[in-house]
Design a protein around this ligand. Structure first.
Ligand code: ATP
Ligand code: MG
Length: 382
């Protein structure tokens, strides 16, 4: 009798023709953590050799609906009975009710699902005469899956991350700050199968080592969900100083954001990345009103994905706690945007005002190109 981890696929079961590709992608994701010889992928299930390491890594793999620690035995009534005996033999006073939930995939197996339930229900009643059957809410639920080659017996399931396997949806260039929102947004994009590359703007010496430490730690955590990552880091100090010269200070953040997205577009196109993304929530701050979002995104013809658009902050905080970025995000450090923000930023920026201000910034394009040329690139691997 061997112990295995039985994995149920997530939404990929719905994908018809593409199913094979999704299963292959899920296998590649598992291979980030698991030895090839430990993996067996089937049409509707994956099986891993049981180990703590293999079990733990499933916390980072998208495309999994749920998983169970299962005993694997031959397709044989007596062998299955032995496993069930081991599961129920101890005197556990907490258990008063049970159910058997069988699934027969192997249609030639001598008992069908219903007959299996009755057969093993009777068997348990003999060993534990005081236990009652309760199909709705049993203290102990024994699941039996008779498959083509082997049978799996298990008593509980863990919920997986859901979503689509990594790298089934292409790539995004994600604007990452050290705040709470953008790491969460990145993880939600990973959940839908997008591989995330990161773009971060720093303004040393105003931003300090702590700012860079936060970004580094956040990218390390998010890399666990995709195996490897690239971080593009732009020194934005010169541009920020130049932007500070403009007459209408209320527009500083609007112009800075437009510049962020011009730079992001160039880097994305250089690296064949099709979309940009960020951690914006509608109306969270002045630069995230409808007018700001529209007049900022108009600098690029790339789509900008905003998975947190409709989130309240407390919803986002819950996710950041779950994925482990929250404690890093709340470390106090000097962030580029906060340092630069005017007292009363414009909430409804006008495009004609923006364009007039930008006309006066004749060195802007050159400074942006220079910043891209001097960009630092960091590679991460789990
Ligand atoms: P917070 O939790 O403080 O809101 P945030 O990351 O959402 O953090 P915002 O000031 O709301 O910060 O910025 C909106 C979005 O702009 C961010 O989600 C991020 O995508 C992008 N952004 C902000 N600052 C930077 C930066 N220094 N480098 C790269 N992207 C940034
Ligand atoms: Mg935010």
């Amino acid at each position: 009798m061997t112990k295995k981890i039985l994995i149920r696929y997530g939404e990929l079961t719905l994908k018809g023709e593409n199913r094979k590709d999704f299963i292959k992608a899920l296998k590649n994701n598992l291979l980030i953590y698991v030895e090839p010889s430990d993996i067996n992928m089937e049409y509707d299930r994956a099986f891993l050799e049981y180990s703590d390491k293999n079990l733990n890594c499933l916390k980072y793999i998208f495309g999994i609906n749920s998983y169970s620690i299962a005993y694997e035995v031959d397709n044989d009534l007596i062998m299955i009975e032995k496993v069930i005996f081991d599961l129920v033999k101890d005197d556990n006073t907490n258990i008063k009710t049970f159910s058997i939930n069988s699934r027969r995939h192997l249609k030639t197996f001598k008992l069908n699902s219903n007959e299996l339930n009755i057969y093993y229900g009777n068997y348990i009643s003999k060993i534990k005469p005081n236990w009652r059957v309760n199909l709705k809410n049993p203290d102990l639920k024994i699941c039996i899956e008779v498959r083509d080659k082997k049978t799996y017996v298990f008593t509980s399931s863990f919920i997986g991350l859901g979503g689509m396997p990594m790298n089934t949806s292409g790539q995004t260039l994600h604007l990452l700050s050290g705040g709470i929102d953008s790491p969460v947004a990145a993880n939600l994009l990973q959940k839908r199968g997008l591989k995330v590359s990161f773009l971060n703007f720093i303004t040393p010496p105003h931003t300090d080592k702590k700012t860079e430490y936060k970004i580094n730690e956040i990218v390390k955590i998010l890399t666990k969900y995709q195996g490897d990552s690239t971080l593009y880091q732009i020194n934005y100090t010169k541009i920020m100083n130049y932007l500070s010269l403009i007459q209408n200070q209320k527009y500083k953040i609007t112009l800075m954001r437009r510049s962020f997205y011009r730079i992001a577009s160039i880097i994305a196109k250089q690296n064949n990345i099709m979309v940009l993304s960020n951690g914006e929530s509608l109306a969270q701050v002045a630069s995230q009103t409808l007018e700001s979002i529209c007049n900022i995104s108009s600098v690029t013809n790339l789509q900008i994905f905003r998975p947190l658009l409709t989130n309240d902050k407390n919803e986002t905080i819950l996710i950041s706690e779950k994925i482990g970025t929250y404690n890093i995000s709340i470390i106090k450090a000097c962030e580029t945007c906060e340092l630069f923000a005017p007292k009363n930023p414009v909430t409804k920026p006008k495009i004609n005002v923006i364009e007039n201000l930008e006309k006066s910034l004749i060195e802007m394009k050159d400074l942006e190109c220079e910043a891209i040329q001097n960009m630092k690139i960091f590679n991460y691997k789990v």
